[in-house]
Design a protein around this ligand. Structure first.
Ligand SMILES: [Zn+2]
Length: 124
């Protein structure tokens, strides 16, 4: 478990990009940002912005609806850095009225939201 000391006080997002850190020793990316690398324990980190564009890795729809709630579709998206060299998987909710359009491999965009990860389909 992470101690509070390892959590730098930085915004979760910058615009609609994830404010993550990348290890200068092994290249591992951490989001939310932490003060050390989980893989090699190095504290030599650089900030890196990830997203907002990504690709759907997988998704699911809950069978049971909460009363009064609109049915939602959840999934995991691989979000890429601007140069396309780095990426991380992020879980979230897809914002769409047409569930048929949510398919593995489709491009999505992360919407700016401080609390939740919400993805919008990028229409082609
Ligand atoms: Zn590392």
């Amino acid at each position: 478990m992470d101690s509070l000391i390892t959590r730098p006080k930085v915004p979760r997002l910058i615009g609609s990009k994830l404010n993550a850190v990348q290890c200068n020793n092994c290249g591992n990316i951490r989001f939310p940002a932490r003060t050390y690398c989980k893989k090699c324990q190095s504290t030599d980190l650089s900030s890196i912005l990830i997203g907002p564009i990504g690709e759907i890795v997988t998704y699911t729809t809950p069978y049971k609806k909460t009363p009064g709630d609109k049915q939602q579709i959840f999934g995991i998206v691989q979000l890429y850095s601007e140069d396309g060299k780095s990426s991380i998987g992020l879980s979230g909710v897809f914002k769409t009225d047409n569930f048929e359009k949510v398919q593995i491999g489709k491009k999505v965009e992360l919407l700016p939201n401080e609390r939740n990860n919400i993805f919008k389909l990028v229409e082609e």
